[in-house]
Design a protein around this ligand. Structure first.
Ligand SMILES: Cc1cc2nc3c(=O)[nH]c(=O)nc-3n(C[C@H](O)[C@H](O)[C@H](O)COP(=O)(O)OP(=O)(O)OC[C@H]3O[C@@H](n4cnc5c(N)ncnc54)[C@H](O)[C@@H]3O)c2cc1C
Length: 463
């Protein structure tokens, strides 16, 4: 039996980051992984999707090159080559995680882990089968997997989940997407850019249901203009798959419709990987499938922590990593605590969506009176030069104190523009703080300053 200060089950952005911090703090640490290093994020999530999106964005730029005075002959798409490129990037990054773990003297144990006792991790399957590790602390970082719909047989051939669609090597003529959360909407934009006829079915009235309604409605309109068809307030009753394609029965506000496509993507959320770890034996407190944790990432079982998607908090890679750091630092006796006040979320659609802090609806719920400032990308010189004028920045503030409660961005590079707003929300900055910061000209993030100025009725460049 090998003895460790900490054994981490799962090497996603929660697990591997926790493992590296454990190494940095001088712990004897091991990470258990049944698949490739890097978890969903690196192998089947953030990185592969963004690698493909980089291709579709470049394709879009080439198509409008003549607007910039550049004549190019026809650009041809090769989805197989795009997928190969994605695979190379994923492999390089996964190898990089292995290198970092080795550098920090973390043992990588290959196989399926579980807890036969609260201070033991055993490998039941895989190359290290039979290995038993003694652990002063265990961190569960087992992540999540795609949810399914009970009425739909996910055959993996025509009816796909977000993992399977990443390896599609032919561009479908028509694609049905069930679920307009961020995963569904990113794939909607990818395939729309590839020339596929995309139809999105969403149960709720709003696409991107957790996003500020103004932003989500604007993205809805932009995507519709680009040819994406939406059925909101609609429920998929069943999907039949044949050799050639799929037929879905959809019940909506205007009765039932049939939607035909070459493939269907089911993107209706993600389920926590909390079963088969032995947790029920110790009556670990759960919220459904999610493992309950406190702000130090401790579960109800002494010495056992949980981080990342399996905690069901906010299922994003950077949240998993932040939780991993808190867990390890707590083990080391540091006063680290997890706060979810200023978690930025970015959706890599065309154009991008990013937000931090409260949405307008949440702010109106929590605060007596709110003030809103807006600044359109169409008034930004930088956006005009690059012809990326769709979108706007919205700043939400407490009218009494002028504290910045939330910032939401729809537009080119929103995922980068949101960075300063995240600092502002984290530092409990006021609108005046944001306005007083000197912003580089010409940049897209000047739009954040202008939107903050607009809260005060003082935007200089708003038309
Ligand atoms: C298509 C898609 C796109 C996404 N895009 C983004 C994005 O742009 N930005 C963002 O922030 N987030 C994104 N996400 C979400 C992000 O991938 C997750 O939030 C993140 O991966 C969660 O990290 P984690 O460490 O909790 O778990 P995971 O990444 O799920 O990793 C868990 C690991 O544990 C392993 N494991 C599970 N059980 C065991 C066991 N018993 N023994 C051994 N190993 C085990 C698994 O094999 C896996 O490698 C995306 C997700 C998807 C599906």
């Amino acid at each position: 039996v090998n003895g460790y200060d900490v054994v981490i089950i799962g090497s996603g952005p929660g697990g591997y980051v926790a493992a590296i911090r454990a190494g940095q703090l001088g712990f004897r640490a091991a990470v258990v992984e049944k698949d490739e290093l890097g978890g969903v994020c690196l192998n089947r999530g953030c990185i592969p999707t963004k690698s493909i999106i980089a291709c579709t964005e470049l394709y879009g730029e080439i198509q409008r090159a003549s607007d910039f005075g550049i004549a190019v002959s026809e650009a041809k798409l090769d989805l197989a080559a795009i997928v190969d490129r994605k695979d190379q990037i994923v492999k390089k990054l996964s190898d990089g995680v292995g290198f970092l773990l080795k550098k920090h003297k973390v043992d990588v144990v290959r196989g399926v882990g579980w807890l036969p006792a609260p201070d033991r991790v055993e490998i039941t399957e895989g190359p290290a089968k039979g290995t038993m590790m003694e652990a002063c602390n265990v961190i569960i970082a087992t992540g999540s997997r795609p949810a399914t719909i009970p009425s739909v047989d996910m055959d993996g051939k025509r009816i796909l989940n977000s993992t399977e669609i990443l390896d599609l090597r032919e561009i479908p003529k028509a694609l049905l997407i069930v679920g307009a959360g961020y995963i569904g909407m990113e794939f909607a934009c990818i395939f729309n850019a590839l020339g596929t006829q995309v139809t999105v079915v969403e149960l709720l009235p709003q696409i991107l249901p957790n996003t500020d309604a103004d932003i989500s409605n604007a993205l809805h309109k932009i995507s519709e203009k680009r040819g994406v068809v939406f059925h909101t307030n609609s429920k998929v009753k069943g999907i039949e798959a044949s050799e050639k394609g799929v037929t879905a029965r959809v019940a909506g506000e205007e009765g039932s419709t049939e939607i035909k496509a070459d493939y269907a993507l089911i993107s209706t959320g993600r389920r926590c990987n909390s079963a088969d770890l032995g947790l029920e034996t110790y009556a670990v407190k759960m919220d459904g499938e999610a493992i309950q944790v406190d702000d130090r990432m401790r579960t109800s079982l002494r010495g056992v922590y949980a981080i990342g998607d399996v905690t069901g908090k906010i299922q994003l890679a950077h949240v998993a990593s932040a939780q991993g750091i808190v867990a390890v630092e707590d083990i080391g006796g540091y006063p680290s605590r997890m706060s979810y006040r200023a978690v930025p979320s970015c959706i890599f659609t065309h154009p991008e969506v990013a937000g931090v802090g409260l949405t307008e609806a949440e702010a109106r719920d929590q605060v007596e009176d709110v003030s809103i400032g807006r600044f359109p990308y169409s008034s930004s010189g930088k956006a005009m030069g690059a012809r990326h004028t769709d979108g706007f920045v919205k700043v939400i503030a407490d009218s009494e104190t002028n504290e910045v409660l939330g910032v939401h961005v729809l537009g080119h590079n929103a995922s980068e523009v949101i960075a300063e707003a995240t600092v502002a929300v984290q530092m409990e900055a006021t609108v005046e703080d944001l306005v007083r910061v000197i912003h580089t000209h010409p940049t897209l993030h000047e739009a954040v300053k202008e939107a903050a100025e607009d809260v005060l009725g003082l935007s200089v460049h708003k038309g």
